[in-house]
Write a protein that binds this ligand. Sequence first.
Ligand SMILES: [Zn+2]
Length: 190
Amino acid sequence: MTVAHNFPLLGEPLALDLVNTCVRRDHADVDLLGSPAALAAWLHLESARLAWSGPVSHADLRAVQGLRTALATLLDARREGTRPPTAALRKLNAALAAPAATARLMWTAAGPKLVQPTAASRREVLLHALAADAVSVLTGPSAAQLRVCAHPDCVLQFVARNPRRRWCSAAVCGNRARVARHYQRQRTDS
Ligand SMILES: [Zn+2]
């Protein structure tokens, strides 16, 4: 089930993995998180870094997509050295302000009892984790290394820990560019 969605997980921070669920395929924008099932598959792939259990609803999907749009705007602003629209900043801060508690201990007449988080609080915890990661990316040492893949038909973002890195993946976009240059040379030679 995870193979079908084909998420480009490049070993990047969570916030970049999230914005990288919007990709370009054959010159068209594609949202890899197009359904609750797709979001469930992504959460499963990120389960080492994101706590999530239970089903994914349409409301969960809309909330994650909304935060993703804000994150993309903030990351663009950081890379381009501009000021982002207030709405994007407000969206991120709303996610940060959400309570982070996942479960509660209740004491009933019968004794102590674990109360599992509600669907709404599960979602808030998820958004909080994604927003907190975005803050560390935007304000930490990787902020100056944020880049978009150099291939004209690719929008994937990464942290260029190696300053010479130009491609999201040398095997994919680096290779695509090499092949294009090769054909270009053949055309000019003949
Ligand atoms: Zn690329």
